[in-house]
Design a binder for this molecule. Structure first.
Ligand SMILES: Cc1cc2nc3c(=O)[nH]c(=O)nc-3n(C[C@H](O)[C@H](O)[C@H](O)COP(=O)(O)OP(=O)(O)OC[C@H]3O[C@@H](n4cnc5c(N)ncnc54)[C@H](O)[C@@H]3O)c2cc1C
Length: 394
């Protein structure tokens, strides 16, 4: 395998601190040394190297911006760089960290009681305990406000009934943050978060088989049948759909950075391949059409880097709005898909192999385009921001 050469056309390294670089370089080395040697096998088998969770925790990959409870309290540039490097390896690896940190741990941090935080966040930050985040249902994806999962309040606690679908890590999680509607009405304000522990009676996760995308990630359906959880399973500060959406904002920010990592891997693979691959007596990099493709990739990666960096700065300043993050997620994932397709093209037949990165990234990014708000949902969020008119409401 050739040595990865990260594209930094505008010398953006100058804009990040030595500490941020150090965090990035540790994750980069981990991905090169520990993850990339096993990714093809896991991709073939549709499995995830769970044994790496502790090492990822040691590198600060889980909930890096959370303060206290054993977490590092890093800034958003460092957190973004972590996601970029993880997804340089595989979107499944970044998804693992996003589900654990940006979704499950963030929900506990933002909406949990002191006891819930003290119990779950330290072992989750170390990767000793795993979390999942269950919002999507079989009939409610882009429109989670319509969710049907119910939590009925009883004398012993809450009884959950309903179904969730497409839930990352649910089959291996020690705790799943489940979003359900309390009471009988359809008021989105009645949506609350619950911590459901592994092995709870009536909680049945099952692996979704047959994925052609994000294969190095465990994705599950969940059935809740009269699943009784104690009163203190409720995340007390969760109120309404706004609560899970706040967690999604953190995860979407990480995706905007992660997609750059996938694109960087594809660009680097294509550039290096084009310099070595000879056709018509010369390297294919000498053909103008190939050069034009590489130029397009690098230009779009550079623009995406600038976008992600600025949103991180705004986030650090407490000024990043959900629509800023929507633009970064929408643009950077679409950009990465283009880069993956172009790289696959430049590699010719070699490009379809799972020993190369580009087609794996290309397939993965189809999931990344869909989850955490599809590309079009982010387009509509931006449309609403620009025009003041919501296309979601009638
Ligand atoms: C691999 C994977 C992992 C996932 N992990 C998780 C997880 O851990 N936890 C979790 O809760 N969820 C998870 N999801 C679910 C994900 O968030 C949803 O798939 C996503 O929100 C889209 O929902 P949907 O698939 O039901 O598509 P739908 O909402 O049915 O959308 C289908 C199409 O219709 C379009 N559409 C929908 N509404 C509109 C509209 N108003 N205007 C225009 N077009 C519209 C969409 O853009 C899309 O093109 C995961 C999904 C995948 C694929």
């Amino acid at each position: 395998m050739s040595v990865f050469q990260a594209p930094d056309f505008l010398e953006l390294d100058e804009l990040i601190t030595p500490e941020q670089k150090e965090v990035r370089d540790h994750i980069r080395a981990f991905v090169t040394d520990r993850f990339l040697p096993v990714v093809a096998q896991h991709y073939r088998e549709g499995t995830f190297p769970l044994e790496l969770a502790g090492e990822l925790g040691g590198l600060g990959a889980f909930g890096p911006t959370i303060r206290g409870y054993g977490c590092r309290g890093m800034g958003n540039v460092a957190a973004g760089l972590i996601m970029q490097e993880l997804e340089r390896g595989d979107s499944g690896l970044r998804t693992f960290a996003s589900v654990q940190g940006s979704l499950a741990m963030t929900a506990i941090d933002l909406f949990g009681s002191e006891e819930q935080k003290a119990r779950w966040l330290p072992p989750m930050s170390r990767g000793e305990m795993l979390g999942a985040f269950a919002l999507t249902e079989p009939d409610f994806g882009s429109n989670p406000a319509g969710m049907q999962c119910r939590a009925r309040e009883g004398s012993d606690g809450y009884v959950l009934n309903g179904a969730k679908k497409w839930i990352g890590n649910a089959t291996v999680a020690d705790v799943v943050v489940v979003w359900a509607r309390v009471g009988e009405g359809i008021d989105p304000q009645a949506i609350r978060g619950f911590l459901v522990e592994k092995g709870t009676a009536g909680f049945k996760p099952s692996l979704i088989d047959g994925k052609l995308s994000l294969r190095v990630s465990l994705t599950a359906s969940i059935e809740f049948t009269d699943c009784l959880v104690p009163v203190d399973a409720l995340l007390p500060k969760s109120h309404g759909l706004r609560s899970p959406l706040e967690c999604l904002n953190h995860a979407r920010f990480g995706i905007a950075w992660g997609a750059i990592g996938a694109a960087m891997a594809c660009y680097d693979e294509a550039r290096q391949y084009s310099l070595h691959r000879q056709q018509f007596g010369k390297p294919i990099a000498s053909f103008q059409l190939v050069q034009a493709k590489l130029v397009a990739m690098l230009t779009e990666i550079t623009k995406a880097q600038l976008l992600a960096l600025r949103v991180a700065q705004l986030k650090d300043a407490g000024r990043a709005k959900h629509y800023h993050i929507s633009m970064a997620k929408m643009n950077n994932v679409a950009m990465a898909i283009e880069c993956a397709q172009t790289a696959r093209d430049i590699l010719g037949a070699e490009g379809i192999l799972d020993t190369r990165a580009c087609m794996r990234h290309m397939c993965n990014l189809e999931s990344v385009k869909t989850y955490e708000g599809t590309e079009d949902i982010h387009r509509l969020i931006l449309g609403q921001q620009i025009t003041g008119i919501s296309s979601f409401s009638g």
